[in-house]
Ligand binder design. Structure first.
Ligand code: AMP
Length: 626
């Protein structure tokens, strides 16, 4: 029986790449239909065809309104931040167009079956991960899983050093720092590599920082110089801006090999030659590089290690070719960056190896996998609670960031009001204690609680975070013998129906019309925000606090608190230990204050009325002054 093919796709901000695991178990790159290992992640929405890659790139200067690029940066947002021919498409739909082209190219080289693993930055949050998996599904791929880019890079590195070979010589354990600066995202991860074992220790990053930001500094530098020379700003016209963008990228790449470069701009019948040196470029972008250095230092601090413990430094992502990156890292860490793996290929190769690992794990009676992979969670996971002292909503973290997966944690909370019939558990992802600053990733409800539960009754919430990055949540009300009904709704992202709907135009690839029609048919497609944020769970009236009831207000809940249900717990037992949910209804005035206000108000009204009646009956007591 032919072995299922294991395929890895590095879905990059600027370029995408594909690899597979060959019959001998080694990773191999797969060229696209044009014969290149890298496919520009650019989509041109033509009238009759959707074109992806190099050809689409050449259209950016002619018809920028038909082209979508750097879409990965907007993943997780409801729509892509730039209108395509007047329509706002969801970013996962545009990513699906790229994946569809890759799928067609894969089918051409390897046959139609496509069990793929798609890579994401380790720092991607849940909505961004889900959007990536959805894009794969829309493209008609069988997505085995999503894997973190640094983990994939480390797998490729491990393969090249023989760490993944079954029965190989035991190798020395090493701590590896993977610094991944791509076109649009930055990730930094510490891993432990041992014979047949890859263990992530800690991860950090910035999903809105990459080579593109370096490009934009050069665009501004060149455009301002052109403006000074000719009094025209080429950035004001989209096609002009794209032309400047193309030439500065070339200059940036030249500066990775040479000390100086020249940016040539032709715009509006005028031209300029703008020289730039490596030192000038370094100065123009010093703050960007420092942002990556800061994150790297933070990561080391979070791992509890010191630079002397780091044995290898892996550079991944095209933007690490800028000499300033290796210089900065060597100075900071004292380690010379390793060039064993190709920064453009490592992620796709590692993803293919991971797909192979998953396929082996899937066959229960097959041989054991050659290696083991342990990940950590990049963002803390918690629930929204109410602090009993300050009465403020707070993010109660159950699984802190950088916890090895799988992880399970149970925390005790308490009902916020008497007679509460249901509890809404709002699941948050993020480090801030303020829920509004975190990403609301889902919601679970415990419904149909028994009548008459007192305020402060314990509720246990358990988070189980699997090694595949999937979260399951349980909420139990101890002592009630009550099987609570749970439902987990994924926040934001697309519904199954939405995915099925977009699959059609993505699969047909018959030109823009089908996409425009699908976008128009969608109910109220949200307009983009300038900086696309992760989608928030829609808040409802019912969502009024940690232990809020979606069906009853606190007052109504109190009013309906009835006799003890047969299955209800012992009312004399103390309220839950641990964190306590308190009434989340608006703060009420104390009783004495309400009474005082009542007395004062009625005294004023009484005096006024008395004055009016008396002035009618005995007007002589009230002589008018005129
Ligand atoms: P990736 O997302 O890994 O494909 O990386 C793409 C980014 O790497 C883009 O910003 C490219 O401009 C940048 N890049 C590729 N080659 C070079 C180079 N030789 N020098 C500087 N940046 C480069």
């Amino acid at each position: 029986m032919a072995r299922e093919k294991a395929i890895g796709i590095d879905l990059g901000t600027t370029n995408s790449a594909m690899a597979w695991v060959d019959e001998s178990g080694r990773s191999q790159m797969v060229p696209n239909a044009e014969g290149s290992l890298l496919t520009p992640s650019i989509v041109l929405f033509g009238d009759r065809e959707v074109i992806v890659g190099k050809e689409a790139r050449s259209a950016t200067t002619v018809s920028p309104e038909r082209v979508a690029e750097w879409v990965k940066r907007d993943m997780g947002a409801p729509v892509f931040s730039h209108a395509i021919r007047g329509e706002y498409l969801p970013p996962e739909v545009i990513q699906a167009c790229i994946l569809r082209k890759l799928r067609a190219d894969l089918a051409h080289s390897l046959g139609p079956d496509a069990n793929v693993v798609i890579t994401v930055p380790a720092y991607f949050d849940e909505p961004r991960r889900k959007a990536t998996a959805d894009a794969g599904e829309m493209a008609g791929l069988t997505v085995l899983d999503i894997v973190n880019e640094p983990t994939a890079a480390a797998l490729a590195f491990g393969e090249s050093l023989g760490y993944l070979a079954p029965g190989g010589e035991p190798k020395e354990e090493m701590t590896v720092l993977v610094y991944d600066l791509g076109g649009g995202t930055f990730d930094v991860t510490l891993l432990k590599l041992a014979q047949g074992k890859i263990q992530t220790l800690a991860t950090d990053g910035d999903v809105r920082l990459g080579g593109h930001d370096w490009d934009m500094r050069l665009v501004d530098y060149a455009a301002e110089s052109f403006l000074r020379q000719h009094g025209i700003d080429p950035r004001t016209d989209p096609a002009g801006l794209n032309r400047v963008y193309q030439v500065v990228i070339e200059a940036k790449h030249t500066l990775s090999a040479r000390n100086r470069a020249t940016i040539r701009i032709d715009h509006d019948g005028k031209s300029a030659e703008i020289p730039i040196t490596q030192d000038q470029f370094r100065e123009l972008t010093a703050d960007l590089l420092e942002r990556t250095a800061y994150t790297t230092r933070q990561l080391l601090a979070a791992s509890g290690l010191q630079w002397k413990h780091v044995s290898r430094l892996l550079l991944v992502g095209g933007a690490t070719r800028m000499p300033m990156v290796a210089e900065m890292l060597s100075t900071m860490t004292g380690v010379v960056p390793d060039r064993t793996v190709n920064p453009d290929e490592a992620v796709a190769r590692g993803a293919a190896l991971y797909a192979g690992y998953l396929l082996v794990k899937r066959t229960e009676d097959g041989p054991p996998a050659d290696f083991e992979v342990t990940n950590v969670n990049a963002h803390s996971l918690g629930v929204e609670g109410i602090d009993p002292h300050t009465m403020r909503r707070t993010n109660v973290i159950l699984i802190p960031r950088n916890t090895p997966l799988p992880a399970t944690h149970t925390e005790r909370f308490a009902t916020k009001s008497k007679g509460q019939r249901s509890i809404v558990v709002q699941i948050l992802e993020g480090e801030s204690s303020i829920p509004g600053d975190c990403t609301a990733i889902g919601r679970t409800a415990v419904r149909d609680l028994p009548d008459g539960l007192p305020q402060g009754w314990p509720v246990e919430v358990t988070f189980e975070y699997g090694s595949n990055g999937r979260l399951s949540v349980r909420a139990v009300v101890p002592g009630t013998h009550h099987e609570a009904a749970l439902s987990l709704e994924r926040a934001g992202g697309m519904s199954g129906e939405g995915i099925a709907r977009w699959k059609q135009p993505v699969g047909a690839s018959a030109g823009f019309e089908a996409f425009g029609a699908a976008a128009e048919d969608l109910p109220a497609v949200p307009r983009p925000s300038p900086t696309p944020a992760s989608p928030e769970m829609p808040r409802t009236d019912a969502d009024t606090g940690f232990w809020s009831s979606p069906v009853q207000s606190a007052a109504a809940a109190a009013a309906t608190s009835g006799p003890t249900p047969p299955s209800a717990p012992d009312r004399t037992s103390p309220p839950a230990s641990g964190r306590t949910g308190q009434p989340a209804s608006p703060r009420r005035l104390p009783r004495w204050a309400i009474l005082l206000i009542g007395y004062v108000a009625s005294a004023i009204v009484g005096l006024g009325l008395g004055y009016l009646v008396l002035s009618r009956l005995r007007p002589e007591f009230f002589p008018l002054p005129w």
